[in-house]
Ligand binder design. Structure first.
Ligand SMILES: Nc1ncnc2c1ncn2[C@@H]1O[C@H](COP(=O)(O)OP(=O)(O)OP(=O)(O)O)[C@@H](O)[C@H]1O
Length: 469
């Protein structure tokens, strides 16, 4: 493929050439123009001006946007309301072309046991791998993959790495985007760097490696939240963080269990979170981290079957979930996936004040002012009226983080909240949370697969592991 003097939106590429079978890592920060380059390679841009544009033909594309489209497609097909059981969704094997011919590949992805599962039964990591398998089994000659390692645990990353290395050995041309230094895989032969809307580096890995660090740390982060705003928001919503004395139990789960279709995901789990006790939850893909958090948020039916107290109230005693949710600020893969209602970016942030997905009530000028402040703090003031879904995945994440923070919640539940963010933004979010902890503004419950996010302000660590059959 070859590109000469191509311009589109926020990107200009003077020259880029990739030979057959080369494995490219494209590195850049979130607003560097890398998303535009990704769309260009994926054949998703129609308004490109170029002297020469030879793009990969019929590439296999895996992106956050396509993963979301698939999820929404599955949602439309959800027959749970008409069945007397939960509809698990389309069988995983049905996404693959002739799965019976691809046993080795499926095993290389450690997905053999998941082939009979429904799409809705797959964890984040498993669904990512399924999308890759779906493209590879189509017989494509090139793969264009957006941030493939996001949300994967160490083992899944290694498995995916091996699988992508196999794809490379088979002669597939690979293009993957990377926003974090630790994500650069060994099999990558070439690196392209995008900085401030230009492709500044492109060539064999050995020649570019020294620049990668600088490329990925270019410029200040977009996330520039201020603790003063959070204090102010808390005061104006009538919440004084000093109310939450350390002896106060925010969450207590005793001998907790949850599962799907009669199969347990975890059991005998005890968890107690006191005010200002910040808890880090880790564990491999599929061990039940999101399920546990959904129980705490009241979004999983197991919350009624368990001995679970939230803010001192026993679940299942007639309390309203909305009363509890008003004290929670939430970012989770589930929330992000479900936030597909129409609405602009400003409305999305304001909806955090009402705990709704979408905005269904009038808001005051004061609330609008607060939300605008958060848009400024995420560098998105110009996008207030842009439909939320039109933002890049990373910007959507920043907006959801602001949505969770806007009311200075007592309990901040962040399930892989930084997924899709580049390193400067991830570190800025973590630095901010550290300040939140120091100033005792919220109690943080945090799930992450990234070791550089395991900060010392987490006073408690819940390490989950898969149930052994
Ligand atoms: N709606 C559902 N129906 C059936 N099974 C499900 C459903 N949601 C999740 N599961 C299954 O429950 C298990 C736990 O999923 P969960 O998302 O809680 O794991 P996780 O630890 O958060 O994973 P990840 O790190 O990949 O996000 C997985 O094996 C998944 O296949």
């Amino acid at each position: 493929m070859r590109i000469i003097n191509a311009s589109a939106h926020d990107l200009f590429v003077d020259r880029f050439e990739a030979g057959p079978g080369e494995a490219w890592c494209l590195v850049g920060t979130n607003r560097s123009g890398i998303n535009t380059f990704f769309k260009l390679l994926a054949g998703e841009l129609s308004d490109v001006k170029a002297d020469l544009l030879e793009l990969p033909k019929n590439p296999g594309v895996v992106s956050f946007k396509r993963q979301q489209a698939l999820f929404e497609e599955e949602l439309k097909k959800d027959d749970t309301d008409y069945l007397d059981r939960i509809d698990p969704g389309t069988r995983a094997a049905a996404f693959l072309n002739n799965p019976e011919d691809h046993g080795d590949l499926i095993r290389a992805f450690a997905m053999a046991d998941s082939m009979d599962k429904g799409y809705r039964q797959l964890s984040t990591g498993q669904s990512r791998k399924l999308m890759l398998l779906a493209q590879i089994t189509r017989g494509v000659e090139s793969l264009v993959v957006q941030a493939p390692y996001e949300g994967l645990d160490r083992t899944s990353r290694d498995e995916l790495d091996k699988a992508l290395a196999v794809c490379h050995q088979w002669g597939l041309q690979l293009f993957i985007t990377i926003h974090n230094r630790g994500d650069l895989p060994d099999w990558c032969t070439h690196v392209g760097g995008i900085v401030n809307g230009r492709m500044t580096h492109a060539g064999p890995r050995a020649e570019i490696m020294d620049q990668v660090e600088a490329i990925l740390r270019t410029g200040p982060p977009d996330f520039k939240a201020s603790i003063a705003d959070l204090v102010q928001n808390g005061k104006s919503s009538g919440r004084d963080c000093a109310d939450d004395v350390p002896s106060m139990e925010l969450v207590r789960l005793q001998k907790g269990s949850a599962g799907y279709d009669g199969k347990p995901v975890f059991s005998d789990l005890d968890l107690c979170i006191h005010a200002h006790e910040h808890t880090l939850v880790t564990g491999p893909n599929g061990c039940g981290k999101s399920t546990l958090l959904q129980m705490i948020m009241g979004d999983h039916p197991a919350c009624y079957r368990n001995d679970l107290r939230i803010f001192g109230i026993q679940r299942g005693t007639g309390e309203s979930i909305w009363e509890l949710k008003q004290h929670m600020g939430i970012v989770s893969p589930d929330l992000h996936r479900n936030y597909h209602v129409p609405g602009n970016t400003l409305h999305c942030i304001i909806s955090g004040l009402f705990d709704s997905i979408g905005l269904y009530r009038r808001y005051t000028p004061e609330e609008e002012k607060k939300a605008m402040k958060w848009l400024e703090r995420t560098g998105l003031a110009q996008e207030a009226l842009t439909p939320f879904r039109q933002l890049s995945y990373a910007d959507q994440r920043l907006v959801l983080i602001a949505r969770a923070l806007i009311k200075t919640p007592r309990l901040l539940i962040l399930d892989e909240a930084t997924q899709g963010l580049d390193e400067p933004n991830r570190l800025a979010v973590l630095d901010f949370l550290e300040q939140v902890a120091r100033e005792r503004l919220s109690t943080i419950l945090y799930v992450s697969h990234r070791e550089d996010e395991y900060r010392t302000f987490f006073t408690s660590h819940l390490q989950m592991s898969p149930l052994t059959p």
